[in-house]
Design a protein around this ligand. Structure first.
Ligand code: ADP
Ligand code: AMP
Ligand code: ZN
Length: 229
């Protein structure tokens, strides 16, 4: 079977995973799969999955593995992911990482795991100012990455809103859950020789440039595209 490119992005909430994954996905021509985005889409459309995820998301807890893993397996089976995918927000614990290994093993496994490092203080600043387009999900920051017109998406003019779980009460628990459940994955992927560390405390373009350089060293070819840093 042909080899596919699967990348897993790690980093505290607010590190910039979604921002970087989106830019890289365009260049690699593989989808960015954000489990958080999929849950939010289901919440908005009040599907059974959305209603199930709601209470966990509101508290900043993880949605149960069985549900999350099944959702990712289905998403990876869709035609646009036939060459691989960038996973952003999954896996978030060891059980999910092992499940992903199982899913990707027939296709050469996970190719590399960029860890975007920022301080907790910086992550909090980024989360507090994060705004998301209601229509297309594009991510902005009121100060660091503002839209051209305040409160409106550059791409489609959609209304920008603050995620419920980006409020300070929930953010603290999300950081706690990250350290307790997700951070062991740093060791897990380091031991597999897949971890690459990126300094996230730079401009968005500089982080993207460093990301592409370290991926090339891991054997992941990133084609030059328009807007390449
Ligand atoms: P994550 O997916 O890791 O939770 P996001 O990509 O949503 O993080 O980024 C969190 C917030 O920080 C967003 O508001 C985004 O616009 C902003 N951001 C992302 N990268 C940078 C950066 N390098 N410098 C400043 N702000 C950034
Ligand atoms: P995110 O958009 O990645 O910050 O995720 C938002 C919320 O969705 C998290 O706080 C969890 O409640 C839920 N979530 C996203 N990804 C996962 C996952 N892989 N496993 C369990 N819950 C998840
Ligand atoms: Zn939009």
């Amino acid at each position: 079977m042909a080899k596919r490119t699967y990348l897993v992005f790690l980093g505290v909430p607010g590190a910039g995973k979604g921002t970087q994954a989106q830019l890289l996905a365009q260049a690699l021509e593989i989808p960015q799969i954000s489990t958080g985005d999929i849950f939010r889409y289901n919440l908005k459309h009040e599907t059974e999955l959305g209603l199930l995820a709601k209470s966990y998301m509101e508290r900043g807890e993880l949605v149960p593995d069985a549900v999350t893993v099944r959702m990712v397996a289905e998403r990876l089976g869709q035609p646009d992911a036939a060459q691989g995918a960038i996973l952003d927000g999954f896996p978030r614990n060891l059980a999910q990482a092992q499940a992903l290994d199982g899913m990707t093993a027939p296709h050469g496994g996970v190719a590399a795991v960029p860890l975007i490092r920022v301080s907790d203080e910086e992550a909090l600043r980024r989360i507090t100012g994060r705004r998301v387009c209601r229509t297309c999900g594009a991510v902005y920051h009121v100060e660091f990455n503002p839209p051209r017109r305040p409160g409106l998406c550059d791409l489609d003019g959609g209304e920008l809103y603050q995620r419920e779980d980006d409020r300070p009460e929930t953010v603290r628990n999300r950081l706690y859950v990250y350290y307790k459940q997700t951070s062991p994955l740093i060791g897990y992927y380091f031991c597999k020789g897949l971890l690459v560390e990126i300094d996230g405390a730079q401009t968005i373009q500089a982080v993207q440039a460093e990301l592409r350089a370290v991926l090339e060293r891991k054997g992941v070819q990133v084609p030059q595209t328009e807007g390449t840093p």
